[in-house]
Design a protein around this ligand. Structure first.
Ligand code: TTP
Ligand code: CA
Ligand code: CA
Length: 705
């Protein structure tokens, strides 16, 4: 156990002679040594977060060689997705349109993000892109390329010895760096008295005191302690650790600027959560240190919705439950109260607002999945149109696969997924990617087409408001010859392949019943001739290939290129509280929760219910309406269609009830059911909705026409 700490490791006798006067650190040799192994529990731990300033905007100034002091914004359709700092001085933000922006800042350089155009082989920059939302989709490839260069540059600026570098790419423009091991090295270099061994060889011995009372923080923004005596307390080793880390971050930022011309901001603190808050504290081109002595004050002043993971739905839920968004007020809530959010979430929140976060910097940089998506305004209405978009998605995804080393057979995805949104409904289909032959764009395209064909054949596919394609389950490919085993599939994949080619449906109703009622609704929206053409096209694709599908499981998407409602979503934070509240935020998005791909429900008659009712005060926030019939929030733009949908749904229920009660009416002569004429007018029941015979209902609605 620990004994009174000596002033210096080399003179333990001092501790015996003058125990009361011996200055000592609060930290032990063990704490110090734990830095080498990146222990998330050592109180000397130090993490940096580096975030590029106005990232897409800088990408454009660098690409075009524009003077960075000129105001510039990156446009996506009519909106702005990135605004450089000179333009922010004019009051521009992501909430203004490009037209409003030009009024506020007539000299603004507006650069539209690169796009893929229907039919093009590759993405490019086009002056007219903003007018062509219906035929183009955004490409973030350029920004991804720059992101990769920056990441490499950061790595090159850090020590290359094994175990001395731990970097996590947290999104397209930010990284976490665990500087613990590197700082440990610098500490021993600069302060030989720390080299040990510890007195009595006891790692629980306290470290000597820091041999100075003043530290040079250079130009770093130092977060205040909020206490009058806060600065008076002499520095301890945790402060020294922060100074050294801050030096490293300054160097890293300089290398990035000198090599590639990008400015970024940094945060330095004892954990990821605080480091991230630090990098956003003073921008642009600055770095902020949150010393341990300043943590309480720093967080207390803050809105907890700024904290990682609390920016989305979970944060909203906490605000609604406790009626505040201030950390200080939430600190007054006992743990038991916070546990109303769930045991794990409550416990996570309790320690988070107290500045505790033991999550590790995860050096995994490999992509797990890739997504390409498009929201359609106006909605698309045919299989053929859908297929044209799939071609772009596949080109987009395949080019990213190539960068991942698919051609060299380094890594390859195992599954392909299609999400299809129609009204308030998401349908998802998944299929395994055959592993026995080299992956090609053509293979992906065929698989994608097949998935869409399944959705179409299954009914009620149009009008489609959003399509997204993703590949996932990336694995390191085995390069040697696997023999016949290389062509075999395993586990889920095998199960999926063995299923009959029909969907595995969720929900209690037997498939036959569902299919019939599905037809009722489907025939409601498109004229029969179009439907037939569409259906035939889809069926042809399906006949050509006998791939089967299964209901999709949720998949973490790392790289995404969706342009949901005018702005692409960034990658999600990869870590979550242990009981995550479903959260998937699209930027500037009024997408209803029902439209989020993790909620899949291939059951066409039952509209996806939200997992938990949303607090009423949150319901008014976006441009949505609340459907009391299915307890679901949907974009206002879909209101009419949704009401039509309920009308048709009620109607089909009514008819089913009648089916059960009405006597079967048959043509005596031919012994065939009476076939009613196709109904005119949307949703008018054949025969006025009364006395419809079972055969009629079946033929009018159940048949794929
Ligand atoms: P951010 O790092 O959030 O913002 P930023 O880099 O533009 O500005 P800051 O200096 O405040 O860090 O996002 C990085 C990029 O992600 C941003 O340049 C554009 C893109 N993005 C969107 O497309 N839509 C959005 O709503 C947000 C927040 C970001
Ligand atoms: Ca940024
Ligand atoms: Ca960022």
């Amino acid at each position: 156990m620990s004994s009174p700490a000596p002033a210096f490791a080399s003179s333990p006798a001092l501790s015996i002679t003058y125990p009361h006067r011996i200055p000592k650190s609060r930290f032990t040799y063990k704490h110090l040594a734990q830095l080498i192994s990146y222990s998330p529990t050592t109180p000397l731990r130090v993490i940096a977060h580096v975030d590029l300033d106005a990232f897409y905007a800088q990408c454009e100034t660098v690409r075009l060689g524009i003077d960075p002091s000129k105001p510039l914004a990156v446009q996506q359709w009519q909106g702005l997705i990135a605004i450089n700092y000179p333009a922010r001085a004019y009051g521009l933000s992501r909430h203004v349109t490009s037209t409003e922006a030009l009024k506020l800042c007539p000299d603004l350089i507006l650069q539209h993000v690169a796009t893929w155009k229907e039919g093009d082989e590759s993405w490019g920059y086009s002056a007219d892109a903003f007018k062509e939302i219906a035929t183009r989709k955004v490409s973030l490839d350029r920004y991804r390329q720059e992101s990769r260069k920056i990441l490499k540059c950061i790595r090159d600026a850090l020590p290359s010895e094994p175990g001395m570098q731990r970097v996590e790419k947290a999104s397209i423009d930010e990284v976490f760096i665990d500087l613990s091991a590197q700082v440990h090295g610098r500490l021993l270099e600069r302060y030989p008295e720390l080299r040990g061994p510890p007195p009595y060889d006891d790692p629980a011995e306290y470290l000597p005191k820091v041999p100075t009372t003043v530290l040079d923080w250079k130009a770093d923004a130092l977060v205040e302690t909020g206490r009058e005596d806060g600065e008076d307390a002499d520095p301890d080793w945790d402060d020294v650790v922060m100074v050294l880390a801050s030096e490293i971050v300054r160097d890293v930022r300089k290398v990035v600027y000198d090599t590639l011309g990008y400015t970024c901001s940094g945060g330095i603190a004892r954990n990821k959560m605080l480091a991230k808050l630090g990098s956003g504290y003073k921008k642009p081109n600055q770095q902020t240190v949150i010393r341990n002595r300043a943590v309480g004050h720093f967080l207390g002043e803050m809105k907890f919705t700024k904290i990682r993971m609390l920016g989305g739905k979970l944060g909203d839920e906490v605000v609604a439950m406790f009626g505040t968004d201030k950390v200080r007020e939430l600190l007054a809530q006992p743990l038991e109260q916070l546990k109303r959010l769930g045991d794990d979430t409550g416990t996570w929140l309790y320690s988070t607002i107290r500045g505790e976060d033991h999550s590790e910097v995860n050096p995994r940089t490999q992509i797990k999945s890739m997504l390409s998506a498009k929201s359609f305004r106006p909605a698309i209405n045919s299989f053929e149109q859908g297929v044209r978009w799939l071609r772009i998605f596949v080109a987009d995804i395949f080019s990213r696969c190539v960068e991942e080393g698919v051609l060299e057979n380094k890594r390859r995805p195992r599954t392909i997924n299609l999400h299809h949104r129609q009204g308030g409904q998401i349908r998802s289909r998944q299929s395994p990617i055959p592993q026995g032959k080299p992956l090609s764009e053509a293979i992906l395209f065929d698989l994608a087409k097949n998935l869409l064909a399944q959705v179409v054949v299954d009914g009620r596919a149009w009008p489609c408001a959003n399509l997204s394609l993703s590949v996932g389950g990336f694995e390191d490919a085995i390069t040697n010859n696997k023999g016949i085993g290389g062509f075999l599939v395993r586990g889920e994949e095998a199960k999926a392949m063995m299923s009959s080619g029909r969907l595995v449906m969720s929900g209690g109703e037997p498939p036959a019943k569902r299919r019939r009622t599905k037809g009722n609704i489907k025939s409601f929206f498109a004229p029969p001739s179009d439907k037939k053409r569409d259906f035939d096209a889809a069926r042809k694709v399906l006949m050509a290939s006998r791939e089967s599908t299964r209901e999709e499981e949720e998949d973490e998407v790392e790289g995404s290129d969706a342009d949901e409602f005018g702005a692409p979503p960034l990658e999600e934070p990869k870590e979550r509280p242990t009981t995550p509240v479903p959260e998937k935020d699209f930027y500037i998005s009024n997408t209803p929760p029902s439209a989020q791909p993790q909620m899949t429900n291939p059951e066409p008659m039952v509209v996806q219910k939200k997992r938990s009712p949303e607090p009423p005060e949150l319901q008014q926030k976006t441009d949505t309406f609340f459907c009391v019939k299915c307890s679901m929030r949907l974009p206002s733009s879909e209101k009419t269609e949704h009401e039509d949908y309920h009308f048709a749904l009620d109607l089909s229920k009514e008819m089913r009830a009648e089916e059960r009660t009405a006597p079967k009416m048959m043509h005596a002569a031919k012994n065939t059911p009476v076939v009613p004429k196709p109904s005119k007018g949307r949703g008018r029941p054949p025969g006025g909705g009364r006395g419809v015979d079972k055969g009629q209902a079946k033929l009018a609605f159940g048949r794929q026409t």
